[in-house]
Design a protein around this ligand. Sequence first.
Ligand code: HXC
Length: 517
Amino acid sequence: MIEEDPRILELRKMRARAIEGGGAERTARQKAKGKMTSRERVEKLLDPGTFNELEPFITHQGDEMHLLTETYLGDGVITGYGQIDGRTVYVYSQDFTIYGGTLSEMQSHKICRVMDLAVRNGAPFISLIDSGGARIQEGVRSLGGYAEIFRRNAQYSGVVPQISVMLGPCAGGAAYSPALTDLIIMVEKQSFMFLTGPEVIKAVTGEVIDAESLGGTDIHTGVSGVAHLAMHSEQEALAMARYFLSYLPSNNVENPPYAKTADPATRMDEELNHIIPLDPTSPYIMHQVIERIVDQGTFLELQPNWARNAIIGLARIGGHSVGIVGQEPAAMAGVIDIDASDKMTRFVRMCDCFNIPIVTFVDSPGFLPGIAQEHSGIIRHGAKLLYAYSEATVPKVCIITRKAYGGAYVVMSSKYLGTDVTYAWPSAEIAVLGAEGAANILFKRQIEAASDPAAERKKLAEEYRAKFNNPYYAASGGYVDDIIEPKETRPKIIAALSALRDKFAPAPPRKHGNIPV
Ligand code: HXC
């Protein structure tokens, strides 16, 4: 029998050491928390057997605070490339068993390398994050490492999709890098995101709070709007990253992948003709409208628990990816507030940078009035939405199902913001103000002078309603392209998107715009 070459034996030994991570004890601690190891996560994320690791032998450099007495191969992050549904992706997965997955200069080097490779090769980039942030012992070298990553997150934004899956306590830079990416997925009871943790907060402000209440899934998917989705388990989170990518192209010069559908393009849904209540103040559920129109079972809602008055999500219509934006009249009557503006804006821009047509469903009484909203800058936030729809050059189709009053008409993909095809349902009400509000302002003196002001207001409001609270006035001026029966909506959208597939709408040259933030 030929003896193995000792150099090959050495390589195998080194490989085995790299796989050990931070050692058996720390790995057992990780497992005891119900968490997968960083390698198991990569295997779960990618198509089986497709992962190729890069730079597994890197260790941290420098001996600040005696770091060199404990070096680990890979330095707390696994990087490389593989495939998802046969398409190349680049990935990094932080290893919490090595210095809590914290970012060192060399870890940053590894991460930046796969980010650069991803962009050079037009492939998505996925971060599996489980990290205490900047490695304290390294000081400014780890901070500089984060800056290198943030710069790439920003410069590569809109070039290739970037997805962050949060799989542990993610502090400082481990929360900031994801905030620059297109999608953040968290895991219930396992992921936390904060810039400074409970200990630091207690020391600085005296406030006492636990990690879950500070930066758990309920906070970031329901209150802050930082994260897009919360899943029950790591497995589900990784599966969601794969699923999300199925709607996106690999880069900004490709089109999203087409998925054959069994749902006929000509399908008309009779129920839609009865979904809008005759009483304009009664709500209905816009989510149901969307589900009935898109290819069956394809609506992937994002940020479902934050700013519920607005709806965003990806879907397929006729097999093609589309971005859905809309209002939910069953939540705050579909009014547009600051959070709703931010939510819709970011999504419109994501669709635009990845060549995903946008279909907008409008039912909103307008912007939310109130001192708190005004003082918090609803003008600035609403302006973002105007900006986003105006700059988006992808095919845009708009359906006004019911209310489109004032600012809501204008900002929600209105025709003269550059929307390609605008349809209204017969239930559409398109006007500057609702009937009562308009009558109060236009006929203030007439109402005050009347013997019965309430009856006078009612009469004048009725006259206003008859004139404006329907789609025909808007259609007569060309502000909507057609009025359609609700059941026709699916075939009409499919036909419009097909006619717009070769849309060419170059923007004037500029360095970049100056979106209000
Ligand atoms: C070095 C760290 C570390 C850090 C954790 N560890 N954070 N090592 N630098 N930042 C190490 C611990 O010493 C420990 O090592 C191991 O990781 C696991 O940590 P535990 O505390 O035992 O785990 P846990 O109880 O789960 O708590 C995790 C944690 C907590 C919530 C992340 O460790 C924590 O609060 N760390 C500090 C977070 C922080 O403030 N980071 C700096 C952010 S500033 P052993 O050897 O025992 O396994 C930043 C700047 C970016 O990132 C700039 C933004 C613009």
